[in-house]
Design a protein around this ligand. Structure first.
Ligand SMILES: [Zn+2]
Length: 85
């Protein structure tokens, strides 16, 4: 089962193109159940979202991948970014 709720997250992201770091507020939804078999963490989900770099001279389309787990009250926990490109 995918995780349908929208999740709001805030973190610093370094643009892979211009190397500037800014704080971003972003949302993602329809996260997929994690297929990472190495870690058999239950209720683990993966997400993919895109942000536009806040540097006005760059405006690069940053691809963000990450994962999170869902706690016993079905709330997202331990959100982390696994890939930025
Ligand atoms: Zn940039």
């Amino acid at each position: 089962m995918d995780y349908k709720n929208t999740i709001n997250h805030n973190c610093n992201i370094k643009c892979p193109k211009c190397n500037h770091t800014y704080s971003y507020d972003f949302k993602f939804e329809d996260s997929k159940k994690s297929t990472n078999k190495k870690r058999s963490v239950e209720n683990s989900y993966e997400f993919l979202t895109y942000l536009i770099c806040k540097n006005p001279l760059c405006n690069y389309d940053i691809e963000i991948k990450g994962e999170f787990i869902v706690n016993s009250s079905n709330a997202p926990d331990l959100i982390k970014i696994t890939s930025i490109k």
